[in-house]
Ligand binder design. Structure first.
Ligand code: ADP
Length: 179
C-alpha cells in the first residue's frame, strides 16, 4: 500500500498568518525557527477591516519586510483577507504555522486548526512553542506600553520600536489620548 508520503508532494513553504499589529520578538523567533525547519516562510498579514489596528496594512507589511530583508527568498510577506484556507490554497504550501505562548492560547488555536481541517483536510497546522522569554509578549501589550511611553526595546525589533515611537508622537501632535 502506498504511504501518504508517496502521494503528497513534500512541503517547501509554510504560511505564518497573523495580525502583526505590530511584529514582536515573539513573531520574529517563530519566523526564524520555521524558516530553519521548513526553508521558506510566507508571512501572511491578515486584512481585517472590522478590527481597528494601530498600524495600517502597508505599515505592518513594511515593518516585517524590513526586519527580514536579509532573508532573501526565505521569508516573504503578503497580505490576505477572507478565509485562511483559501489563501493557503492559493500558495504552493499546505502547512500553517502558529505560535503557542501558553495553555490559554491552546483552546482558540485548537478550534481554529480543527475548523481549518474541516474546510480543507489537506492543510495541516503546526504549532511552535514560544520561547520562555517571549511568552509574555503580545502585540496588544507592546502597543499599550509603547503608547504610554514605556520602553519596549526588549520586546520588538528596532524598526518596530522606532515606528511605535513615531506613532506615539503623531498621536500626541494630533492631541489624541495615548490609547
Ligand atoms: P492573531 O490575531 O492571528 O493571533 P497575532 O499577530 O497576534 O495574530 O499572532 C500571530 C501568531 O503569532 C499567532 O500564532 C500567535 O500565537 C503567535 N504569537 C504571538 N505572540 C507570540 C509570542 N510572543 N511568541 C510566540 N508566538 C507568538
Amino acid at each position: 500500500m502506498a504511504g501518504r508520503s508517496q502521494r503528497v508532494a513534500p512541503v517547501k513553504a509554510v504560511v505564518f498568518p497573523g495580525s502583526f499589529d505590530p511584529l514582536t520578538n515573539g513573531h520574529v523567533d517563530i519566523i526564524e525557527r520555521a524558516s530553519e525547519i521548513f526553508g521558506q516562510v510566507i508571512v501572511a498579514v491578515l486584512f481585517n477591516p472590522s478590527k481597528e489596528a494601530l498600524f495600517t496594512q502597508a505599515e505592518r507589511e513594511a515593518l516585517i519586510s524590513k526586519q527580514f530583508a536579509r532573508y532573501r527568498g526565505r521569508v516573504s510577506v503578503v497580505s490576505f483577507s477572507g478565509l485562511l484556507v483559501d489563501f493557503v490554497q492559493s500558495t504552493k504550501s499546505r502547512v500553517v504555522i502558529r505560535g503557542l505562548r501558553a495553555i490559554s492560547d491552546f483552546d482558540y488555536e485548537a478550534q481554529m486548526a480543527l475548523i481549518n481541517r474541516k474546510l480543507a483536510p489537506q492543510i495541516e497546522t503546526f504549532f511552535l512553542t514560544a520561547r520562555e522569554e517571549h511568552s509574555y509578549i503580545s502585540s496588544t501589550v507592546v502597543k499599550q506600553v509603547a503608547l504610554l511611553g514605556g520602553d519596549v526595546r526588549g520586546m520588538v525589533p528596532r524598526v518596530v520600536s522606532d515606528a511605535l515611537a513615531k506613532k506615539r508622537e503623531e498621536r500626541r501632535r494630533q492631541g489624541r489620548r495615548p490609547l
